[in-house]
Design a protein around this ligand. Structure first.
Ligand SMILES: NC(=O)c1ccc[n+]([C@@H]2O[C@H](COP(=O)([O-])OP(=O)(O)OC[C@H]3O[C@@H](n4cnc5c(N)ncnc54)[C@H](O)[C@@H]3O)[C@@H](O)[C@H]2O)c1
Length: 250
């Protein structure tokens, strides 16, 4: 029996990395996925990789108009949502002394405001219960020099899950976070502003500090998200599931 047979799932940031791996896994488990991202070309390429049971909608989660358009498509095509994976996120390195207002605003616009309204505007489409999974980060409990605005935004995500767990309990909607550690995705290489060689050195150094001694792969986050999306986690709500090779324990 497939874990998500017949479910309708919306995934933001579904064109690459963790979102794409999760979209593929959801479809393998019997779901139809609606993926959204900012760039049409990447979305189409992602849909070609997913192959079947996938709809694409171009949009920026920090734009409320784009979110409205997304859910109009979902409503017209499917009528309802069973699973929402609010996964789109942004974060670049910016030590406190040099971080700009634009950096701060962009980080919070996507990771907090975008995620907040991604969930709010989906609510009318949840019928009888469902599962919402928010992508936070292991940085929600770590001091992470150079990434403090990002880490603060991800701590906000974790706290939104706590409150929404209670706000949505009577509608039988479970709300959980998944918190990736260091996962090999395009984001890991592009958010540092360093050269490719510097990134390689920094990542190698960083990897030595991970208790399991390696970085994760997107499929390992997708497996955890599939569990949280499915009835296998039917008595789990409000938790923060770290998928981090033990990083949060250091
Ligand atoms: N890779 C890691 O090590 C790691 C660790 C912890 C948390 N995360 C989080 O995982 C999530 C997915 O990141 P990833 O590692 O797969 O990186 P990624 O760059 O492969 O994916 C990020 C996705 O978010 C989308 N996105 C970014 N800004 C957006 C916006 N304004 N509107 C719509 N879509 C937008 C991108 O287009 C992309 O599809 C993010 O929330 C990220 O913060 C990643």
């Amino acid at each position: 029996m497939k874990k998500l047979e017949g479910k309708i799932a919306v995934i933001t940031g579904g064109s690459s990395g963790i979102g794409l791996a999760t979209a593929k896994r959801f479809v393998e488990e019997g779901a139809h996925v609606v993926i959204t991202g900012r760039r049409e070309k990447e979305l189409k390429e992602a849909a070609a990789l997913i192959k079947e049971n996938v709809t694409t909608v171009v949009g920026d989660v920090s734009s409320l108009e784009d979110l409205d358009r997304l859910y109009v498509v979902v409503k017209e095509k499917h009528g309802h949502i069973d699973v929402l994976f609010a996964n789109a996120g942004a974060g670049t390195i910016a030590p406190l002394a040099v971080a700009t207002e634009a950096h701060f605003d962009q980080t919070f616009d996507v990771n907090v405001k975008g995620l907040f309204f991604t969930v709010q505007k989906a609510l009318p489409l949840f019928k009888d219960g469902g599962s919402i999974i928010l992508t936070s980060s292991v940085s929600n409990v770590l001091g992470l020099p150079g990434f403090t605005a990002y880490a603060a935004s991800k701590a906000a995500v974790r706290n939104l899950a706590r409150g929404w767990t209670l706000e949505l309990k009577d509608r039988h909607i479970r709300v959980n976070c998944v918190s990736p550690g260091a996962i090999d995705t395009p984001a890991l290489a592009t958010t540092t502003g360093l050269t490719a060689e510097q990134v390689e050195q920094a990542v190698a150094q960083f990897t030595t500090q991970i208790p399991m001694g390696r970085r994760g792969v997107p499929e390992e986050i997708a497996a955890a998200v599939t569990f949280l999306a499915s009835d296998e986690s039917s008595y789990i709500t409000g938790v923060d599931l770290a998928v981090d090779g033990g990083m949060a324990q250091v």
